[in-house]
Design a protein around this ligand. Structure first.
Ligand SMILES: C[S@@+](CC[C@H](N)C(=O)[O-])C[C@H]1O[C@@H](n2cnc3c(N)ncnc32)[C@H](O)[C@@H]1O
Length: 306
């Protein structure tokens, strides 16, 4: 459950990089490395990496959110001659590297999910805490938004999304309420959806620690952005684009993502292609979890190509 993503603080244009010390310690960016940050965000991890890979290193920073990329460019202005900023989906990592004339990467980092910059902007529609349009697209040029899913999928399809991507126990009740409500008028805002979820829940469900709409919002966001498909596709390619001795690190925020990473790393290790640097996922320190609620559910796994 990535509830921490909803409780994460931070003003606009800010995002605290999660598990930064652990990423540096185990991914070991070294002078001269070609480092691919597949989820550049605002460039928090990238900035620390750039200091370590030095003048001869090169950072390829990918993000599917053009606005985040623009902020990252400003944040990393001092290193611009060593950075390639790429507006794309990281699942195209092989084509992106080929386009940039790079045969193999030394390090790859994927820090999944949303940044506080995206979550805290009501106009993006990611949060049930603020009124905004039902959007949830990371890439503003993609065609399908949460509005489209909520207002046009069948009750069964909505129910399945909530069950599979949100692990929402009350998926049937919520889907039924959504379809009932939209028969009067389209569901347009985050607040409308969150109210529908609240009313669809049985009374005792409201006693949970997390907000009742957390799972529904997570599920829709994953579906809108096809997040799990992108992760599967990217990992399939990362094995091929990493140089021998190269390392990949993935920070995930809920069990669905972590399961995919764990399985892929295990398959690589069994095939003798990779060595697991983290047998179990690393978790944030108590201190980090206290100071940055968004970090609480983070898990970091690292593998090295043999
Ligand atoms: C958690 S934030 C990364 C924060 C970053 N590590 C930092 O320290 O600033 C995740 C970022 O990845 C981007 N993202 C998520 N899925 C993506 C994908 N499939 N392809 C490219 N970018 C993606 C999001 O738009 C978001 O900006």
């Amino acid at each position: 459950m990535d509830r921490a993503q909803e409780s994460g603080g931070g003003e606009e244009r800010s995002h605290i990089p999660v598990m930064l010390n652990e990423v540096i310690e185990h991914l070991k960016p070294a002078p001269g490395n070609i480092f691919v940050d597949g989820t550049l965000g605002l460039g928090g991890h990238a900035k620390a990496v750039l200091g370590l890979i030095g003048e001869k290193g090169r950072l390829v920073g990918i993000d599917r959110d053009a606005r985040a990329l623009a902020v990252a460019k400003m944040n990393l202005a001092a290193y611009v001659t060593r950075c390639d900023f790429v507006y794309d989906n990281y699942c195209h990592i092989d084509e992106i590297l080929a386009r940039h004339g790079i045969r193999a990467a030394d390090r790859i980092l994927l820090d999944l999910g949303l940044s506080s910059f995206q979550l805290n902007d009501p106009s993006r529609g990611f949060s049930f805490r603020a009124e905004g349009p039902l959007d949830m697209r990371m890439d503003q040029e993609s065609y399908i938004s949460a509005f489209d899913l909520v207002n046009s999928l069948s009750q069964e399809e909505i129910s399945l999304i909530l069950k599979d991507f949100g692990e929402e126990r009350w998926h049937r009740r919520i889907a039924r309420s959504i379809v009932e409500r939209r028969s009067h008028k389209p569901i347009e805002t985050t607040k409308e959806l969150s109210d529908i979820v609240l009313r669809a829940m049985p009374h005792h469900a409201g006693r949970e620690k997390i907000h009742p709409a957390t799972r529904t919002f997570q599920a829709l966001r994953i579906a809108v952005n096809r997040e799990l498909e992108a992760l599967e596709e990217a990992l399939g390619k990362c094995g091929a684009v990493l140089a021998a001795g190269g390392r990949i690190g993935v920070i995930s925020f809920h069990s669905l993502e972590d399961r995919i990473v764990k399985q892929k790393f295990r398959d690589w290790a069994r095939a003798g292609k990779f060595r697991l640097i983290t047998k179990k996922p690393l978790r944030p320190s108590e201190c980090e979890a206290k100071s940055n609620p968004r970090a609480r559910s983070a898990r970091l796994r690292i593998a090295e190509r043999i």
